[in-house]
Ligand binder design. Sequence first.
Ligand code: PLP
Length: 485
Amino acid sequence: MSNETTVIGSRAGIDELEEFRTAALGHIEWIFDFFKTVREHPVTSRISPGELISTLPESAPESGEPLDCIFEDFKRQVFPSLTLWNHPRFFAYFAISSTPPSILAELLSAAMNVNAMLWKSSPGATELEQVTLAWLRQWLDLDDGFFGIIYDTASVGVMQAINAAREWTDPECRTRGMRTGLTVYVSEQTHSSSEKAAITLGFGQENVRRIAVDGDFRMRPELLRAAIKADIAAGKKPCCIVASVGSTSTSAVEPVREIADVAEEYGVWLHVDAAYGGCAAVLQEMRHIFDGVERAHSIIINPHKWLYVGFDCSVLYTRLPEIFRRASSLSGEYLKTDVDGQVVNYMDYGVQLGRRFRALKLWYVFRYYGREGVSAMLRESLRLAQLLKGLIESSDEFELVAPVPLSLVCFRHRGGDEFNRRLLAEVNASGKAFLSHTVVHDRFVLRFAIGNFQTSENDVLETWRLIRSAAERIASQGEFRNSSQ
Ligand SMILES: Cc1ncc(COP(=O)(O)O)c(C=O)c1O
């Protein structure tokens, strides 16, 4: 039998695939143990800046090294340098999950190394993307006029959406370049990726209007209308509005139906950033957060935020895929195929040519949990957020600072900004939980985001105890003794 498994580049005498098999089993065992013992690990990395760099060689090795030696160094050097986003007490930013089915799909995707740029470049990757995005669309009750595309992140997706809005508003841009006067509308609470996209696309920051929000941090449609009117009167051309369903800072759900009225009245593209919040719309009882979303020209939902799919995977739906194609497609001769026109070539819907096979992990996760399993996990996060909200409301020392429509709880100690800064630092330094912060109405606020698939009621209660005891300790220290009210 010929030795077809020997690969050029392998170390002398080593059968690379046999070594891979042994090492892979060891890696999987280690991942299993990691999940079993995850709470014993600190959530946040303890290293100081530059520490990992200083322990690693300055140059790559001349000769190859055994996989088990590399793996040992991962465990000894790299693993402790990581902040564990897949930890059940990771409550910072938006808590996310890479679940077992998602991890297995990533492994297969890495092994196949498929490029989903064209249908022809690997037909199943494109078709699985079409199938899984149709499944998700049904779960969200969006009609089948919505065409789905997977991007890596919502930041890239919103750039493509604003690019499509530009094409729709002023088709000459594609050939003649950006004309001045196109404007974009976000709220004061919209994620910075929308403004960044506008900057990148050449709109100019001075053509981005940041509409003020109401007491619940939601864009005020009457101010949006006034801004658009004023821009038209000044000779500007309103191009795109971005409304949020689940804003980053406080998870505010903006009044999309009223915003859609304004968009339609003035013929402006409406993009809905539902990167985090949209995931909850899988639940029938949460469908109200999608009120009016069906009128958007484009919508983004990140399965990598709250649909149990590992990072990265962001889905964009649009009613106008042709506009995306017009805005982005430009194909070299070598990319032409004999089935163009009959199939979807996803490279035509964005700047990216090469595309990872992300649909596989959606397929694994959706099949493994089913709608019931996904819904049960979403409901549990929502329930735990309400539980925490209740605890904060019944406490004398803490106060809620925003409504809790989803699974993010924003609160603060009554001791003032410096107190809360110290509190956050102490909690995070403990390694037992990880929270993040925001600034709301000029006040420093703690964010407690719930969404990891392993987070239990006990994780939330223990962390709440941790926060309270850290607060008591700080309050007992001299400088804060009289400032806790
Ligand atoms: C509401 C919202 N939109 C967009 C983004 C950007 O997401 P991504 O990291 O996928 O670019 C975030 C990130 O947290 C977000 O919270």
